[in-house]
Design a protein around this ligand. Structure first.
Ligand SMILES: [Zn+2]
Length: 317
């Protein structure tokens, strides 16, 4: 018999589900549309249905040891979702363990960014090494973050730890969705790179191969593609936005004595172009003794980091 965990990474549009064993093998996976109802009971019914779908995929040689879920927001020790889940507001107040109870399964819930960080440390880019203090930064439309200390998610006092995207990098800078100003998310997310390139285009100070059509079609990838071809505007954007990211990483490293930083999300495909500017910022802002001891790598699990982190909640707790 193989012990497995039923894992759900709940996003605003899709629930990624998987059956995963202790070694991190994904034995079955399927994505299901997220319920959009604002009613908590309907959300619960939808997750029960999801769980049924996956329980029906459990074969006779598998032994289900638990149900693990990751979602935006934070939950208390009773797995009640307390807040921070604006994209799936109907889940606010949901007790995830009520779903597990229907199947007589123990249930765990964690924030999705924190869970992805655990997945990467245990099964992904951090696998096989004894990192004490790790940070995963996901660069997508926003900037997410999760902390793993000594192999465990660090939640902070209320569960919000790791929100590096909302640390201020430019005092009095751009207004952020969180209500603050000058947050990292405004500069070093995919949208941050796009805004920076557009501002340079509007000033018309460059001869550039980058066009508005490229940006609309390929988003931030268009900027990295142009930079690879030697385009100065695109290279300056990559330099500035990545350097700001490096400054935030230096601050986090100085504060937390990090030994591993993983860069995930869509932009990690262009890690090789980002890293020289992060290194430059680390030399400028990082504590001299810490910088040589810090490993920075691209994340390796892609969209599976969340479900694998869910499995780690049971297998590596
Ligand atoms: Zn913010």
């Amino acid at each position: 018999m193989t012990d497995i965990v039923v894992c759900f990474d709940i996003g605003g549009t899709l629930i990624k589900g998987a059956l995963i064993d202790k070694a991190g093998n994904i034995l079955y996976k399927e994505s299901i549309e997220t319920c959009t109802s604002l009613d908590t009971k309907e959300q619960e019914a939808s997750l029960v249905k999801c769980t049924e779908i996956f329980m029906n995929k459990v074969s006779s040689d598998m032994n289900v040891i638990g149900l693990a879920m990751a979602s935006p927001g934070v939950s208390d020790k009773n797995t009640v979702l307390l807040g921070g889940c604006e994209n799936i507001e109907g889940m606010h107040g949901l007790r995830f363990s009520d779903i597990g109870d229907r199947f007589s399964l123990p249930t765990k819930h964690e924030n999705d960014a924190s869970t992805a960080a655990l997945g990467e440390v245990v099964y992904g880019a951090g696998k096989g090494s004894e990192y004490k203090s790790a940070l995963l930064i996901t660069l997508g439309t926003g900037v997410g973050g999760g902390l793993v200390f000594d192999g465990h998610i660090y939640r902070g006092s209320k569960g919000y730890a790791g929100e590096i995207g909302h640390t201020c990098v430019i005092p009095g800078g751009l207004e952020c969705n969180c209500g603050g100003y000058g947050c990292l998310e405004q500069y070093s997310s995919a949208n941050g790179y796009i805004r920076n390139a557009r501002q340079r285009m509007h000033k018309k100070l460059y001869n550039t191969i980058l066009t508005e059509e490229d940006i609309i079609r390929d988003k931030a990838k268009s900027i990295f593609d142009a930079a690879k071809k030697g385009d100065q505007l695109a290279s300056d954007t990559v330099s500035e936005c990545s350097h700001i990211l490096g400054m935030a990483i230096a601050h986090a490293m100085n504060m937390l004595d990090l030994d591993l930083v993983l860069i995930g999300g869509g932009l990690c495909k262009d890690f090789d172009m980002i890293i020289p500017h992060i290194d430059r910022a680390l030399r400028e802002y990082g504590l001299l003794l810490s910088v040589p001891l810090l490993t920075i790598k691209p994340a390796s699990l892609g969209n599976d980091a969340g479900v694998l982190g869910c499995a780690a909640l049971f297998f590596h707790a």
